[in-house]
Design a protein around this ligand. Structure first.
Ligand SMILES: Nc1ncnc2c1ncn2[C@@H]1O[C@H](COP(=O)(O)OP(=O)(O)OP(=O)(O)O)[C@@H](O)[C@H]1O
Ligand SMILES: [Mg+2]
Length: 355
């Protein structure tokens, strides 16, 4: 178990600045996730922490008190599990898992015990003599994890470990990874571009965007209190409405879009060009306490089973409301007038970014 600290980590590949000065602090025994779109620098960060790649001069990577910036993977005690598992096809499950221990020249009996322990941990006891081709995708992934854990690393790094699995297996394996992490109390750094997956398994998440970290927080903090437009729009289906500040009164402002004015909203940013962030589930069809409202027409009513979405049209702007009760929507049909009500505390105003 280890605490990992990144200080001003920069990585350039020729002309490309892949990482623009990353600062991160991953705590002991935490499941920490890097989340972000393709090309934002997740794998590069992971490889640098794993010791498979080295950052530019001036960058620092610490494991606890030790500067490991230019140490090899094995010296620093990190193992990385890749998306494609990279199992050796000509070796049995046992030999795949035992590989790292054999390199260390441990006694045979000790190797057998450790492999047994690791296979039990990932629930693959009895599969020792199979070859990778005789395993399902999920089982192969379990072998890859067993092989990584058997050498008792200080940190386990997982780069999109579930992206080759079908939807159902993905759900199963992500709970498995969480269970194993809790059982061992090991520090795990996880990479995904799937925000739902990140929210489901992480203690904390870092949201990345073109080589920078935009926000670090618990899943709840990231979802409910995004600090930037990018983070707000990346965390699931949400309304991000460009607007303008037209009046200020201390830390409260009035914003306007499509001729609609919303007053008394909290905002202390400098720029008057803003976005108004409202989660669909925070929009009501009946008046609420401390509420603002907006009048438009119904564009669409979409039925999803356990919830219903009403897409309202306000000028050219579409705003999605979500409700779990069919009764709320009554007989709403497209082109009918509709009024959305939102508690001011559920509205986040953020500076407009150039995304
Ligand atoms: N070896 C390399 N040589 C040149 N450019 C690289 C190299 N590795 C990564 N890059 C560039 O660095 C940036 C970050 O890449 P990285 O692989 O870290 O992204 P990622 O967030 O893991 O993306 P994905 O979700 O697609 O895996 C990209 O612009 C990529 O093209
Ligand atoms: Mg990647």
């Amino acid at each position: 178990m280890v605490e990992v600290r990144l200080e001003n980590v920069v990585k350039t590949f020729g002309e490309t600045v892949a990482l623009k000065g990353i600062n991160l602090n991953i705590k002991h025994g935490e499941l920490f996730t890097l989340l972000g779109p393709s090309g934002c620098g997740k794998s590069t960060t992971l490889r640098i922490i794993a010791g498979l790649d080295f950052p530019d001069e001036g960058s620092k990577v610490y494991f606890d008190k030790d500067d490991v910036t230019y140490m090899s993977s094995s010296e620093r005690g990190a193992v990385l599990v890749f998306q494609n598992y990279a199992l050796w096809p000509h070796m049995t499950v046992f030999d795949n898992v035992a590989y790292g221990l054999k390199l260390k020249k441990l006694p045979k009996e000790e190797i057998r015990k450790k492999v047994e322990w690791a296979l039990e941990l990932v629930k693959l006891k009895g599969f020792e003599d199979r070859y990778p081709t005789q395993l399902s995708g999920g089982q192969q992934q379990r072998v890859a994890i067993a092989r990584a854990l058997v050498v008792e690393p200080r940190i386990l790094l997982l780069d999109e470990p579930l992206s080759n699995l079908d939807a159902k297996l993905r759900l199963e394996m992500r709970s498995e990874i969480r269970r194993i992490q809790r059982e061992l109390g090991i520090t795990v750094l996880y990479v995904t571009h799937d925000q739902e997956e990140a929210m489901a398994i992480s203690d904390r998440i870092a949201v990345m965007n073109v080589g920078t970290v935009e926000q670090v927080g618990t899943p709840r903090e990231i979802y409910e209190s995004p600090k930037t437009e990018f983070v707000a729009s990346f965390m699931g289906k949400t309304n991000v409405i460009p607007a303008e500040v037209v009046e200020r009164n201390g830390d409260r402002v009035t914003v306007e879009f499509e001729g609609i004015r919303l007053d008394g909203l909290h905002y202390t940013g400098e720029s008057d060009k803003v976005v108004v962030v409202i989660r669909p589930e925070r929009i009501n069809l009946a008046p609420v306490e401390n509420g603002v409202s907006m009048e438009g027409t119904v564009d669409l009513v979409e039925y999803y089973g356990f919830f219903v979405e009403i897409v309202g049209l306000f000028g050219e702007t579409r705003i999605i409301a979500r409700t779990i009760s069919d009764r709320d929507i009554g007989s709403l049909r497209p082109t009918q007038p509709v009024k959305f009500y939102i508690n001011r505390d559920d509205i986040i105003v953020l500076p407009k970014q150039n995304l």
